[in-house]
Design a protein around this ligand. Structure first.
Ligand SMILES: [Ca+2]
Ligand SMILES: [Ca+2]
Ligand SMILES: [Ca+2]
Length: 336
């Protein structure tokens, strides 16, 4: 009896030591090392592993959804530099986390869930979160062309509807979890995807190019509506930004595998590009020439504001001066 107990204690303590060692051996990985993959379906090579990671919070999901963050590694601005994190049991792990915080996670599980690579925060595996610094500058969303995150292709037909909405390839995978932006698009149609919460954004330059977007995590949408109020058929946007998410599932014989641009707030929608004076959604030398034509002009007033060159709309000065030039410069090459 005594020997059995002693053996038991030894086994348990050995197990604890080993478990501790396993935890201690969690690799410190960058987002890139977790996300980069050559897998045809886009799955992470770290799927199922416990890791330590991570980066700057660029998005925190709305309070009415399961707590979710989007993290960004500024060392990888052009691909494989973003990842989603979920507080899977909603234990309030992200309550004190804000956009702009640089956070470090230990013991989080890498999990492919419905096509997206998540870092799962779970108390039962001793996940921990430490904010390293606050108020880090946020990256500008990376401008990608619409066909880089191309919409799924409809296939199959059961007499009523398509039974497949599948992307032709997973070339969009490198943008998963990243803050990206498409330029000069319109809402071609709404009501797509598994939850009918996707809409099609069509390029105004080439209508053959389309991608899918959704507002289901948009913090300014509110709980009730499916879409942000800006999203109506035919609405043109100079830009729509958001975090890219892959979604795969099967529901009642309909198969889905698509990438959706998840808008994050009202600011995700650029209805008019500031400092774009020729209405082509970009800010370039043409706009600069138009701006310069109004330089030092005074008496700017509604509705023309000196051809729009009096850019300080919140506190209009009535003069086109340095404060307007500053705004112009801040928007230089936007939409390019
Ligand atoms: Ca994926
Ligand atoms: Ca991934
Ligand atoms: Ca322009």
């Amino acid at each position: 009896m005594k020997i059995t107990m002693i053996t038991g204690v030894v086994v348990v303590s050995l197990f604890l030591t080993m478990t501790k060692q396993i935890f201690a051996q969690d690799p410190n990985l960058s987002i890139y090392e977790i996300q980069y993959t050559t897998d045809v379906n886009g799955a992470s090579p770290q799927d199922g592993n416990m890791v330590n990671c991570c980066g700057i919070v660029v998005f925190k999901g709305p309070s009415w959804k399961k707590p979710k963050l989007a993290l960004y590694d500024p060392n990888y601005p052009y691909g494989w530099g973003g990842i989603a994190v979920k507080d899977i049991n909603s234990v309030g792990a992200f309550d004190d986390v804000n956009v702009g915080d640089w956070v470090s996670f230990t013991n989080v599980l890498v999990e492919e869930f419905k096509g997206t690579t998540f870092l799962q925060y779970k108390e039962e595996i001793d996940s921990n979160l430490v904010p390293l610094s606050r108020n880090n500058p946020l990256p500008k969303p990376l401008a990608v062309s619409v066909n880089e995150i191309t919409a799924p292709v409809p296939g199959g037909w059961n007499g009523f509807e398509f039974t497949e909405w599948l992307v032709a390839d997973h070339n969009s995978e490198k943008y998963e979890g990243m803050l990206i932006k498409v330029i000069d698009v319109n809402v071609q149609d709404i009501g797509y995807g598994k939850g009918f919460d996707n809409y099609i954004l069509e390029s105004n330059i080439d209508p053959n190019l389309t991608c899918w977007a959704s507002d289901y995590l948009n913090i300014d949408k509110g709980v009730g509506p499916i879409y942000h109020p800006y999203v109506i058929n035919g609405q043109r946007f100079c830009g729509v930004s958001g975090v890219l998410e892959q979604y795969t599932s099967e529901k009642e014989g309909i198969y889905y595998d698509y990438y959706q641009l998840l808008t994050t707030s009202t600011e995700s929608f650029i209805v008019e590009q500031t400092a774009d004076f020729d209405d082509d959604c970009d800010v370039d030398f043409v706009d600069f020439t138009l701006f310069a034509g109004h330089w030092l002009q005074s008496g700017c007033a509604e509705p023309d504001w000196c051809g729009g060159a009096d850019l300080t709309r919140e506190q209009p000065s009535g003069v086109v001066d340095l404060s307007d030039l500053l705004i112009f410069v801040q928007n230089w090459l936007e939409g390019k």
